[in-house]
Design a protein around this ligand. Structure first.
Ligand SMILES: Nc1ncnc2c1ncn2[C@@H]1O[C@H](COP(=O)(O)OP(=O)(O)OP(=O)(O)O)[C@@H](O)[C@H]1O
Length: 257
């Protein structure tokens, strides 16, 4: 069964068709890149999948079940997590607390346990801390656990965002420009990290990215959008040589150097 099946998805903002008849199927374990010029509709697709926007029309099925129209927290509970183009962290909190906070809606003690600090409360808090530390270790952030998120280098903040997404135990991970603003060495690390978490946590990954080196290196398949529509699908090699894609990015008559 496919992990994600999107059929004829559309989203209009007034007269603007931000996403128009978008269809895509993701099989288990794939890494697929969603690319296209600025304003093509990529982030809107993520916002539709995660329930931030309601589709104007079309369907989204996750593991065989319709999810379009569900609120974001329900979609997260089903197993879809995302990161954002602009990093969203609790910057004044520690790295550890940023990850612990994700576990808290799922913890198994009540108000009185917390008030009276019962054994159940203590045990559950310990379990949450252990799980958060395991994730930080996997992402090589465990040594920074007690620092404020704001003090982390940019690349580390991106990794912390991924740790927070993984704390929801997703099957499908949506990454919105994970390498934005990174230097070439950081981009290489990010490619390795994404491959590593994909294997370790058995993820299917859809990623938006403008860094072509990263996309070509990491993705098995690419989907190219322009003006809300899919204009091409294929392997990185096919996409690189596709004249329609070149035209969308570089204008008519463009050639590859
Ligand atoms: N909430 C909204 N209200 C009105 N218009 C919107 C809204 N969200 C997105 N749009 C418009 O929809 C179009 C697609 O935007 P979107 O952010 O999905 O593009 P994108 O491909 O992710 O671009 P970028 O690469 O610059 O992030 C744009 O014209 C944008 O202005």
């Amino acid at each position: 069964m496919p992990v994600l099946e999107i059929e004829n998805l559309s989203k209009a903002f007034g007269g603007l068709k931000a996403v128009n008849n978008f269809s895509l199927t993701l099989e288990e374990g794939e890494i697929v890149g969603l690319i296209g010029p600025n304003g093509a509709g990529k982030t809107t697709v993520f916002n539709l999948i995660t329930g931030l926007y309601k589709p104007t029309s079309g369907t989204i099925r996750f593991l065989g079940e319709e999810i379009s129209g569900l609120p974001p927290f329900k979609i997260s509970q089903r197993g879809i997590a995302r990161t954002f183009q602009n990093i969203r962290l609790f910057k004044g909190n520690t790295v550890l607390d940023n990850v612990r906070a994700v576990f808290h809606p799922r913890i198994k003690y009540n108000f009185f346990d917390a008030l009276l600090r019962t054994p159940r409360f203590t045990a559950e808090e310990l379990r949450v801390t252990q799980k958060a530390m395991e994730l930080l270790e996997a992402l090589n952030l465990d040594k920074r656990a007690n620092e404020k998120a704001a003090n982390l280098a940019y690349g580390d903040q991106r990794r912390l965002e991924i740790a927070r997404a993984l704390a929801t135990q997703p099957r499908l991970l949506l990454l919105d420009e994970p390498a934005a603003g990174m230097n070439p060495a950081e981009v290489r690390h990010m490619v390795q990290l994404i491959r590593f978490i994909k294997e370790k946590y058995k993820l299917t990954i859809l990623l938006i990215e403008h860094q072509m080196g990263m996309v070509m290196n990491l993705c098995e398949r690419l989907v190219v959008m322009d003006f809300g529509q899919i204009i091409a699908k294929g392997t990185p090699l096919e996409i690189r040589n596709n004249p329609v894609v070149l035209e969308a990015y570089l204008g008519k008559g463009a050639t590859v150097a």
